[in-house]
Design a protein around this ligand. Sequence first.
Ligand SMILES: Nc1ncnc2c1ncn2[C@@H]1O[C@H](COP(=O)(O)OP(=O)(O)OP(=O)(O)O)[C@@H](O)[C@H]1O
Ligand SMILES: Cc1cn([C@H]2C[C@H](O)[C@@H](COP(=O)(O)O)O2)c(=O)[nH]c1=O
Length: 198
Amino acid sequence: MFISFEGIDGCGKSTQARMLAEALRAEGRQVVLTREPGGSPGAEEIRRLLVEGAGERWSAETECLLFTAARRDHLERTIRPALAAGQTVITDRFADSTRVYQGAARGDLRAFVNRLHDMAIGIEPDRTFVIDLDPETALGRGNARGGDEDRFESLGLGFQMRLAQGFRGLAEEFPARVRLIDGTGSLDQVAARVRAAL
Ligand SMILES: Nc1ncnc2c1ncn2[C@@H]1O[C@H](COP(=O)(O)OP(=O)(O)OP(=O)(O)O)[C@@H](O)[C@H]1O
Ligand SMILES: Cc1cn([C@H]2C[C@H](O)[C@@H](COP(=O)(O)O)O2)c(=O)[nH]c1=O
């Protein structure tokens, strides 16, 4: 099974991806927990180009190409081999992030993003959990966490609000696989919502 977690920066998706991986492992499943951009040595190199770039280093189109290149490597080196071995793959972000960040929030590039996806990726998760949280709360959580990978989080509240709208829209666009999960409350409360939706 192939599962993705999505949402705005600081919504809690990495925490929930990790909690679900631990819960499934405790039940005896073999789980590969991975992330994007990254998840394979080559894709982690591309991640550094993306998240360590200062300010507006890349155009939205170039970002699409870099994220898609990283995803292709991640798919070839990590995701497909794990799925072929019967393992469960849980990824912290996948193609929906490109649809929302580059395709909608940074500009109107959905057609470009879709064409790249069809050419180079061509696979969707079986289930996608969008952790839905208001951007002010999410930014507060992100700031409290600190860290130096602030290339995207520094884009501000207005950008995060466009993202939140974009992620909510995925549930309507892909109703068979995307589940909107209320991200408020304790870690265990959110985890219970994820399990119920799985
Ligand atoms: N339900 C929650 N209640 C309070 N704090 C939370 C909750 N879930 C996560 N956090 C905290 O919020 C911060 C961000 O969480 P996390 O790293 O899981 O988010 P994220 O969506 O993966 O962020 P990013 O995309 O920016 O990496 C962390 O410090 C985490 O411990
Ligand atoms: C896959 C993907 C990611 N992004 C952005 C979203 C985040 O701001 C960063 C990654 O940071 P995280 O803390 O690991 O979530 O990259 C994007 O804009 N487009 C994408 O396809």
